[in-house]
Design a protein around this ligand. Structure first.
Ligand code: ADP
Length: 373
């Protein structure tokens, strides 16, 4: 079992000729600090090109940090070869040996390392047992006859058979269609729970990141913008980028004016609770961030929101009203049976309102993680 720690890790590639000047100057990893606790699953998420794969490869030793340190259980492995680090990796294209049966893929490692037949069989049986229903059948078939999801299960099995200290997965299921992706991610999570191997899971999909990770690192332009549990990111985002990246539908963000204890959107306004007015005192312009579930609707003191369309979601017993408020796109949850209306009077539930600086991305006030007990 391994606790992985990254200390001030920076990595800058030789600039490729086709990238913009800004991209060429920026390191792929920029002073990344992170502790991945023993046996935990950490998701790395962020837009394409933000440095996710580079981070994973640096943990594996396939890329070297220009500065900073990587520690496995307090031991500095920064200069250690990938083969010596005991990592298992699964990539987007599973790269199984296609002409071998699944079992051959699992055995290959033992053959290369000249282990005994008995050890190989024993370990494969153990893995098949843990991997669950049907795995035995899967590894009896040639891998090029397996579906994408099945191949990925074998690839993960092949990885686990080696008893890695650290398991690194880079977009392992993004090649699969939506339905299979959902099923496979549940299986992967179940497996990871059983094996309790420290895992870093890279994805560009925030929902997958939330589902897989005990903790989530949100990256942008080589930096970790915030690292925490889903609740930390959702209720106490460090900045506007994290706030709008995490959550579906995305948070609506409106420029507003603070004046005389009121929050004004164009000519209309809401009266602020004293506590929020005090927290914002000294500021005349801020940005208000609201999630779809954060509104009271149909209240007389609400500001009219123009409704463009209503998206009913029977499985959720709710509907989304999409529209505009003060010219800004806003989405609000309403009851499933709410009639179609051209406008809705809306007012924030103030304990679910987020405030950001008017120009910088800094969060000024966030709801905080709710107490459940
Ligand atoms: P992500 O996995 O988030 O899409 P990457 O880690 O692949 O991001 O890339 C981060 C940045 O580093 C990007 O700007 C990318 O163009 C650049 N990059 C990645 N690999 C190389 C490489 N081998 N040579 C030069 N630049 C690279």
């Amino acid at each position: 079992m391994v606790r992985v720690e990254l200390k001030h890790v920076t990595r800058k590639y030789q600039a490729a000729t086709e990238v913009s000047e800004e991209d060429a100057k920026r390191p792929a990893l920029d002073d990344v600090n992170m502790v991945i606790e023993d046996g935990s699953i950490v998701s790395i998420v962020g837009p394409s090109g933000c440095g996710k794969s580079t981070l994973l490869k640096t943990i594996a030793g396939l890329e070297y940090a220009d500065s900073g340190q990587i520690l496995y259980n307090q031991v500095d492995v920064t200069q250690i070869e990938p083969g010596q680090r005991g990592v298992g990796m699964v990539f987007q294209d599973y790269a199984l040996y296609p002409t071998m049966k699944g079992k051959g893929n699992l055995h290959y490692y033992f053959e290369v390392h000249q282990r005994t037949e008995a050890e190989m069989e024993q370990r494969t049986r153990e893995i098949a047992q843990i991997m669950g229903v049907g795995f035995d059948l899967l590894i009896g078939q040639k891998t090029d006859t397996l579906s994408g999801g099945e191949q990925q299960r074998v690839a993960i099995g092949r990885c686990i058979v080696r008893d890695p200290y650290v398991f690194l997965m880079d977009e392992p299921i993004s090649n699969l269609d939506a339905k299979l992706r959902e099923r496979t991610r549940i299986e992967i999570k179940k497996m990871l729970r059983k094996f309790k191997v420290t895992t870093v899971y890279v994805t560009h999909d925030q929902q997958e990141a939330i589902f897989m990770g005990d903790r989530i690192a949100v990256m942008r332009k080589g930096k970790v913008e915030q690292y925490g549990t889903f609740d930390d990111l959702y209720f106490t985002p460090a900045n506007l980028f994290v706030a709008t990246f995490i959550g579906t539908p995305p948070m609506s963000v409106m420029p507003v004016v603070v004046a005389g204890g009121r929050l004004m959107i164009e000519q209309s306004g809401w009266t602020l609770p004293a506590e929020i007015a005090a927290a914002l005192s000294g500021r005349s312009q801020v940005r208000l961030g609201m999630r779809a579930e954060g509104w009271n609707i149909d209240t007389p003191d609400g500001i009219p929101m123009e409704v463009r369309y209503i998206e009913r979601i029977p499985t959720e017993q709710a509907a989304f009203a999409h529209g505009t408020l003060g010219g800004v796109s806003v989405t609000v949850i309403i009851p499933l049976d709410h009639p179609d209306v051209p406008t809705l009077r809306v007012i924030p539930k103030w304990d679910q309102a987020y405030f950001f600086d008017a120009t910088a991305e800094t969060a000024l006030r966030t709801p905080g993680v709710p107490e459940l007990f």
